[in-house]
Design a protein around this ligand. Structure first.
Ligand code: T6T
Length: 317
């Protein structure tokens, strides 16, 4: 069953189908490398992947770096060369620097499936499954427009690290759509948080000090949102500066309930993981593979969040 933490091999092979001993597609080893350890988005993704692997009769092993950092993720991928997996499912933590390690595993015969983030080089993966992150940013801008209701003011955008394909697309989608949906709002630009809540908090308090008409913050992922909420709280601006976050971790969901966030754009990580495994199995078994697949996204507010509770992320399967 799916009950493990990231890094544990929790999906067992069905008995009697081991290794290279049998005919047909004998290598049933799927390796999943997510962006960071012990993080509800990736735990939920792992849960979906484990369920799908079990259903298909494959083994799935999950690993993750301690931080969302390519220098920590790269050696994990390189070491997989010794295992020669049938497929590598991966959320690359940098859209360029993770390419050589992923190509190396591909050259050993593994199918490469991107889940969540992706490389700029689209020739490496057989399939990429993610939210439509541009659309997620647009949805955040439309939500910010509704929340500010025609008022004028400045808006801060918090991205994580340069080279993160998902959050970059969210930030760009937001800024482009804001011009259309909320012409009275003006983005003061994109600030990077290094995916550290403390940096996000500091960027928000600095923006409050330097931008008297700050009316909104868009935080492009979980850590930047949690940090932004802390920043608004310490400046006494909760509810005055509208906070639209991304993701639906347990603490973000609590913060939406308590009014620290006005909206969250939730992803469906379990579906990303499940679809990733299905595509990996298709690729291994010579069936048709879809190059790009978008998973659902939804805007949550305090008023409608309970009806959409299936989008809340898990901390264990
Ligand atoms: O927002 C998700 C994920 O989609 C993104 O690529 C990185 O950050 C998260 O894992 C949330 O922490």
């Amino acid at each position: 069953a799916c009950g493990g933490k990231i890094g544990e091999n929790t999906t067992q092979q069905p008995s009697g189908s081991s290794g290279a001993a049998q005919g047909g597609n004998t290598n049933k080893d799927l390796e999943l490398v997510v962006g960071v350890k012990n993080e509800p988005f990736y735990i939920s993704l792992q849960c979906g992947a484990e369920t799908a692997a079990k259903a298909a009769g494959y083994t799935l092993t999950t690993q993750a770096p301690d931080k969302f950092d390519a220098t920590m993720q790269a050696p994990i991928v390189t070491a997989l060369g010794a295992k020669k997996p049938a497929a590598l499912l991966i959320a690359p933590t940098d859209d360029k620097t993770m390419a050589p390690q992923m190509k190396q595993i591909k050259d050993m015969g593994a199918k490469i499936i991107e889940v969540d983030t992706a490389l700029q080089d689209t020739s490496v993966a057989a399939s990429s499954i993610s939210s439509d992150n541009t659309k997620g940013g647009e949805l955040a801008a439309q939500t910010m427009a509704k929340l500010t209701n025609g008022k004028s003011g400045s808006v801060l955008v918090l991205d994580t690290k340069a080279g993160t394909s998902t959050t970059a697309a969210r930030a760009k989608g937001f800024e482009d759509e804001l011009k259309k949906s909320a012409p009275n709002l003006k983005s003061v630009g994109i600030q990077f948080t290094d995916n550290e809540p403390a940096v996000a908090a500091q960027k928000v308090t600095a923006a409050i000090a330097s931008t008297p008409d700050l009316i909104g913050v868009f935080a492009t992922n979980l850590n930047s949102g949690e940090g932004a909420a802390t920043g608004l709280r310490s400046a006494g601006k909760v509810g005055q500066v509208q906070l639209v976050g991304f993701d639906a971790s347990p603490s973000e969901v609590e913060a939406l309930k308590s009014g620290a966030f006005q909206a969250l754009i939730a992803q469906d990580p379990a579906t990303i993981g499940k679809t990733g495994v299905e595509q990996a199995v298709n690729a291994i078994e010579g069936k048709s593979v879809q190059r790009n697949i978008a998973a659902p996204l939804v805007a949550l507010t305090k008023d409608d969040m309970q009806q959409k509770a299936e989008f809340f992320y898990k901390t264990k399967c």
